[in-house]
Design a protein around this ligand. Sequence first.
Ligand SMILES: O=P(O)(O)OC[C@H]1O[C@](O)(COP(=O)(O)O)[C@@H](O)[C@@H]1O
Ligand SMILES: [Mg+2]
Ligand SMILES: [Mg+2]
Length: 322
Amino acid sequence: MKRLNSQLQQDGAPLELILLIRTLLAGCKEISFRVSQGALAGVLGSTLSENVQGETQKKLDVISNQILKDILKESGYVKAISSEEEDDVVPCHPEGNYLVSFDPLDGSSNTEINSLIGTIFSIAHAPQWMAPNDPAAFLQPGSQMVAAGYVLYGPSTMLAMTTGKGTHIYTLDKTHGGFLLTHPNVQVPEQTAEFSINASNQRHWEAPMQQYVNDLLAGEEGPMGKNYNMRWVAAMVGDVHRLLCRGGIFMYPYDKRDPTKAGKLRLLYEANPMAFLIEQAGGSASTGAGRIMEVMPEEIHQRVPVILGSKDEVEACLSYYD
Ligand SMILES: O=P(O)(O)OC[C@H]1O[C@](O)(COP(=O)(O)O)[C@@H](O)[C@@H]1O
Ligand SMILES: [Mg+2]
Ligand SMILES: [Mg+2]
């Protein structure tokens, strides 16, 4: 089976980017090991501290963040980092050519129940003009990403990765520690009968989303004329992985609970990397008002509504907003 390295080379990724990706994945392998240790290593449970998102940090949030921060800072390839768990931009190497944004542990509410969690990341060029601690450098639209991916810590540790030449999925072979290409060039089916949303928030959604989900639930007797199934892993990395494997539509829309927030999910290190993977796999990714990867960020922890997945189904959902 082909190794990650040769696929990245085949996709024309420059050597320094390949070395950076390998460095980041070395950190993810360490996280995968710590996660698998669970209660044996005392890594489950919450800390007493709150992050910039206003969420109580899980021990694994803090551990994963530290592992990635340390390994990227030492690498020399990275000028600066933005992380879900860091208030501000973390300056790294003044000569670094890349910016890395990451969600060190996605699906934190799943840590205690041994369910799916992961790490999500995106990489962009570091503008020459930027000072290593300047957040303005991160305010680039997602279309500027040069690479994005996630590592899913599940029964197998799996990696979905794109450098703009398709989306490929790899499985970690723990016998030699290498990621092997097990699902080359994944394609999201254009049609689907599976949706993913936290339905407990329905009363807070805008009218178009309420109507769309009601019509999905109406099944073949309803306007959609077919029965839909529902899934919710409560970890974006898990719901998007299922979607890359067999299609579907994933939604975390705007809701009225907190009008100051455009959504729950963060643009730089959740929505953008997932949008890049989905689009490179033939799917669509929208905020409801436009393509996620065309959003011009205003700040590093900005949130956006997310509607992504099978092309025809995303279109059907967006037609409710028209
Ligand atoms: O608890 P809810 O409202 O269902 O939200 C689940 C969503 O929140 C998240 O867990 C947020 O990510 P973090 O765990 O990294 O904070 C997503 O992975 C997931 O899609
Ligand atoms: Mg997350
Ligand atoms: Mg997280």
